[in-house]
Design a protein around this ligand. Sequence first.
Ligand code: GLA
Length: 382
Amino acid sequence: MHDAKVFRSMHKERFNAEPAIFVGPGRVNLIGEHTDYAEGFVMPAAINLATLAGISPRTDGKIAIYSENQGEEKVFDGVAVSRSQHWTDYPMGVTAILAGEGHRIPGFSLSIWSDVPLASGLSSSAALEVATALAVLSLVGASYPGPKLARLCQRAENEFVGANCGIMDQFISLNAKKDHALLLDCRDLSFKLAPIPDHVALVIANTMVKHSVAGGDYPTRRRESEAACAVIASHRPGVKFLRDGTLEDLKKWGHEMEPKSYLRAKHVIGENLRTVAACEALLKGDMKELGRLMTEAHRSYSQDFEGSCVEADAMVALAADLPGLIGARLTGGGFGGCTINLVEQTEAAAFAEALGARYAEQTGIVPQIHVCHASGGAHRLE
Ligand code: GLA
């Protein structure tokens, strides 16, 4: 994570005021992809790559937002009412949603600095939303329970930014526990924590292929899987989300679905089962079974959901026979971004080096590989 001392003096120099600083972690999803908006299961962990948000009040009523990553500052006369297709939509969206909840938002200066790689499937957006939410709430002297605040941040992304994401990213960024993965039931937001054993490292390999939730593929896949759900619902009216769909339903009515929709649903229904099973395996310390489920999940994500890309498939395949690997799969929204590799801690450094070299040789792209650990949720830095 970036140096908070350096960040503090950056904010002071620019805005001439002492900031309160908040941390919003990025996340890696171990398993459970494109299941959250189907009210299904996901099992992410927060990581030690994070966004810092520093805030101080202003007396002129304006809202100034500066990003060190973008090298840009934008000043607003007050809370904006609609998006401007600019990176400030994320912090402004959160501010607007909080204003909509009845909070009177005073003028403020906000600095942002992130080491979560952008558009890489590690939830840089959620990290920014969550850090901003805690910052703005500190200014108005309010707070929310984590699950409720996650919903508000998700609304900022759905309603203000215009990206139709689920709840996973905001939820884990706010509610994560250090050294744990979290099995989340996206229907009622109940969750179970599963310790990640000390001997396991989270090796995150960035294909360097950019992915975007707002872009075309994510919403297309979402529509395709929801169309399959509508077919099941036409026979079983109780079914509102694919969470309630079964493999039996697919056998009976799959032929009524568009072939692509059928495959998307097959992925989502199978993925829910795998995700619950993966949590059980992790809780039992059965790493072999967890690895097997991750391999199966990647196959399904790539072939049935068609959510992968050549580079991500290569990154997963190139990891398969490296010493120390427990399981590897593409993580996050898909179509690029990062793979998650669970690797024996003692082998992690050598694994990262070998994978990077193999990938560069095969694709001509130099990847970024991060050996991470599961971190705690968003908080204020004292
Ligand atoms: C993105 C979205 C999440 C989730 C994943 C896919 O990260 O923000 O809500 O849908 O993709 O599992």
